[in-house]
Write a protein that binds this ligand. Structure first.
Ligand SMILES: [Fe+2]
Ligand SMILES: [Fe+2]
Length: 135
């Protein structure tokens, strides 16, 4: 069983964003599996980098559509994105400098980091984006 299993209740009602969220979950699951399999630091580091890179891509995609549609909470949402990226980049720096290693507690942090944002903040745009043409 995967570390995070997608559920229909995670849907924000926008297929392109649901698909991107599924991909983020998939990368976190890969990182979790790498931890269980005791993969090398290099493999873990690469997977964490994949997570950061794809998060940046996904956040930019949401922000582009929010800006295009003049989403009322745009700045608040963007601020949360920026803080989330900073947090995980800080972890990566700590890991690279040998101050910490990927552990189950970091995995739990990443799970809460992603799911808290999707279910809390992203979910708020569900009604706003409903029926709108996004790109
Ligand atoms: Fe999102
Ligand atoms: Fe978001």
């Amino acid at each position: 069983m995967a570390y995070i299993e997608w559920e229909d209740s995670f849907s924000v009602g926008v297929e392109i964003f649901d698909n991107e969220h599924k991909k983020l979950i998939e990368i976190i699951n890969r990182l979790h599996l790498a931890l269980l399999m005791k993969e090398t630091d290099a493999v873990m580091g690469k997977t964490l980098k994949d997570l950061i890179d794809y998060t940046i891509t996904h956040f930019a995609h949401e922000e582009e559509n929010m800006a295009n549609q003049t989403y009322p909470d745009f700045f608040k949402h963007k601020k949360e994105h920026d803080e989330l990226i900073k947090k995980v980049q800080d972890y990566k720096t700590q890991i690279e400098s040998g101050k910490t290693t990927i552990s189950l507690s970091i995995m739990n942090f990443l799970k809460d980091w992603l799911m808290g944002h999707i279910l809390g903040t992203d979910m708020k745009y569900k009604d706003f984006f409903a029926g709108k043409k996004l790109n």
